[in-house]
Design a protein around this ligand. Structure first.
Ligand SMILES: Cc1ncc(COP(=O)(O)O)c(C=O)c1O
Length: 429
């Protein structure tokens, strides 16, 4: 007997209210969304359903590595999906092996595990830390205030922001936070139960705050001395966003001892798949076999399709020297933002970040800023940018984050600066 399947609901075209009504009725309201209904994109531009075009400097929160609808990604998806989309991790397939090889070549001697998201990649790091310390009764992971490590139960316990924990207590045990950048605080916090330290090279959600070279080198020495794993969360700051594969490599560029710095484990996601959901973690050689057969797994992780897309993205980054582009366009955009900070001191405080991961810190109070005064200055300023055709991402109450495609062009960065200038000028006048 045929199963009864309800007919698909009618498509609602060019009707913002109708799409929002679908969400209100059927989608769990865990996100505070902007009132934009987007339909398609090309390169660094996206369009809403009414046809308005936006320059997208949010990049889907550091995800759309090559921009929207990049033909190489479309081709890779089509080509691989004609052969093998999914097969599970019960079997071998070439794309996963080749992607692991490519990532280890970019990071260092070790091995990779593939997941589906940044949160899941971090879960792998937490399990690695527990396995590493298990026989000595060590299980604790130290992280920093203002960090962000995902929305899973262990991820919110690791995250150094109360707002993600609220309402979900009690927290998973084994995570403690110390002030970011304070090596002595980290040393003092180490207990007989500590197995690992986890930090972001550049805190993203926490406001775009890079670690200093001294902090990174000091953490490496501390972990060696205390026999702890040094784990880096490069989910947001990784994948050439700073002009080097991982943000710690860029931070340590030209610093004595920097080129030989290697963490013990690194999590990745976001730009790795350019919009195809794929995450990964890399583990340094001495610890790469700690998670043996049967200890960890995931159905979709490292599928032929996801790995083919990730390999194609790496190929385009290399062939088009997008790491160089990130440095050139990043420097241009940064100096434009700095000029705005100098020109509008009542609006802006400073620019932080590296390459194409930049944060513009706003003043805590901005007179004449339109919008609901119960909302943060970052949200209200962003609404002004949206109206003028520019997308970016808030980081906390006071920072606007720019995480565009790595192939953003200089003229597009100039267009964004012009929109920012016009918006700022209107508020300041
Ligand atoms: C540094 C960092 N780690 C982990 C995550 C979680 O990644 P996902 O949302 O893919 O689970 C994020 C997401 O913003 C992140 O920025």
């Amino acid at each position: 007997m045929k199963e009864w399947v309800s007919p698909p609901p009618p498509i609602v075209r060019n009707d913002v209210a109708a799409v929002q009504a679908l969400f209100e009725k059927h989608v769990i309201p865990s996100y505070g969304r902007f009132e934009l209904v987007l339909s398609h994109g090309s390169g660094s531009y996206v369009h809403d359903i009414a046809g308005k075009r936006y320059l997208d400097l949010g990049g889907g929160i550091a995800v759309t590595t090559l921009g929207h609808a990049h033909p190489a990604i479309t081709e890779a998806l089509i080509e691989q999906s004609r052969r093998l989309v999914h097969i599970s991790n019960l079997y071998y397939h070439e794309p996963q092996g080749r992607l692991a090889q490519a990532l280890t070549t970019l990071i260092g001697h070790g091995k990779c595990f593939f997941a589906n998201s940044g949160g899941e990649a971090n879960e792998g790091l937490f399990k690695l830390a527990r396995k590493f310390g298990h026989d000595e009764g060590r299980f604790e992971v130290l992280t920093t205030f203002n960090s962000f490590h995902g929305r899973t139960l262990a991820g919110i316990a690791a995250t150094g922001q109360d707002k993600v924990k609220k309402g979900f207590e009690p927290m998973v045990p084994g995570f403690r936070q110390v002030p970011h950048g304070d090596l002595e605080a980290m040393r003092t916090a180490i207990s007989p139960a500590t197995a690992a330290i986890l930090i972001e090279g550049i805190q993203g959600e926490g406001g775009v705050t890079p670690a200093t070279p001294d902090y990174l080198l000091g953490l490496r020495r501390l972990c060696d001395e205390k026999k702890l794993l040094l784990m880096m969360d490069e989910v947001q700051g990784g994948h050439f966003r700073t002009g080097r594969f991982h943000s710690y490599q860029r931070i340590l560029e030209g610093v004595a001892g920097g080129e030989t710095f290697l963490p013990d484990a690194v999590s990745m996601a976001k730009s790795l798949g350019g919009g195809f959901p794929i995450g990964a973690f890399w583990v340094r050689a001495p610890y790469a076999d700690l998670l043996g057969a049967g200890t960890h797994g995931t159905t979709y992780g490292g599928s032929p399709l996801g790995c083919a897309v990730a390999l194609k993205i790496l190929e385009v980054i290399r062939n088009e020297d997008l790491a160089g582009n990130v440095r050139r366009v990043g420097d241009f955009f940064r100096s434009g933002l700095e000029s705005l900070v100098a020109k509008y001191p009542t609006l802006f405080r400073q620019v932080r970040g590296l390459g194409l991961m930049l944060g513009l810190e706003l003043a805590p109070e901005i007179p004449n800023l339109p919008g609901d005064s119960s909302k943060s200055v970052a949200l209200r300023f962003l609404l002004g940018l949206h109206a003028a055709g520019l997308l970016a991402v808030p980081a906390g109450a006071q920072v606007i984050r720019f995480l565009p495609a790595l192939n953003l062009r200089q003229d597009e960065a100039a267009e964004a600066l012009k929109i920012l200038e016009t918006t700022a000028g209107r508020i300041a006048s």
